[in-house]
Write a protein of this length. Sequence first.
Length: 308
Amino acid sequence: MGNLFAFLFRYRGILVFALLEVLSLFLLIRNSSYQRAAFFNSANSYVGQVLDLRTRIYDYFRLVEVNHELVKENALLRQQLYRPDLSGREAGTLPVKQDSLTQARLARLGHPDSLLLGLRALPTRDPDYPLIPARVVSSTQRRVDNFMTLNVGAVDGVRPGMGVVAAAGVVGRVLVTSEHYATITSVLHSKTAISSRIQRDSTIGTIRWLGEDPAYVLLDNIPRQNKLVRGDTVVTSGYNAVFPEGIMVGTIESFVREPDKNFWTIKVRLAVNFSKLVYVYVVSSRPKIERDTLEAHAGVKPETDDQP
């Protein structure tokens, strides 16, 4: 103990200087919006690089498991694309009308390849919903507010507010970006609210996470007079223009009619397994800015995905 006091007394000047430096930087970042934004953008970039390196090392030792999951996912996609009864197959080329507007759109699209994401076939080069493939380098599932870090950023065209989906369904929304990385708020976040609908009868509700089991969320605002069925599919409604309409969210696991409420309490099992999520797609809706501007001028508060 005496040596510790001697050390502190000997280097008191340097220690006081370091403490004052840290305090001054804290006050500068806290009271200056520009410095705060610059600090968090830089921190996000450096943290992303460290997480990316850690993930590469970790993934080297689990390549067999990752490849196995990719093979299962590819098999499922092929099964959806090429059904044995020929009833639901998608053509390699699509018939189009011979008008100038359609021809111009087809020229932008190129070959109309599509990718099935959570029940919804999304064209990979659709100008309305362009897809940016990404890899998860870090994620949490057990906190009240959970985040993910992706290995794509501003140089790849990723911007805050864009939606994130996986092959199984909805994942989250981009919160902040740096040059090469992006942090997203996942569905497992206390402030996430996704406008959704029950596919069977098109009833609109809101998906929220209660901060408990990462495999389940709550579907709110479904009136008590609606008839529910266990196993019903819940998909995005398309009201918010962040996610395309019809993207898989999950299936109804259970529901309770509470006497003091006018709505069902519905438990939904998520389609995405966040503990094994590796590859995702960032999706952007180009008409969103125009739509938001129009609704703002009209004084309309739209259905949105509330995010921090």
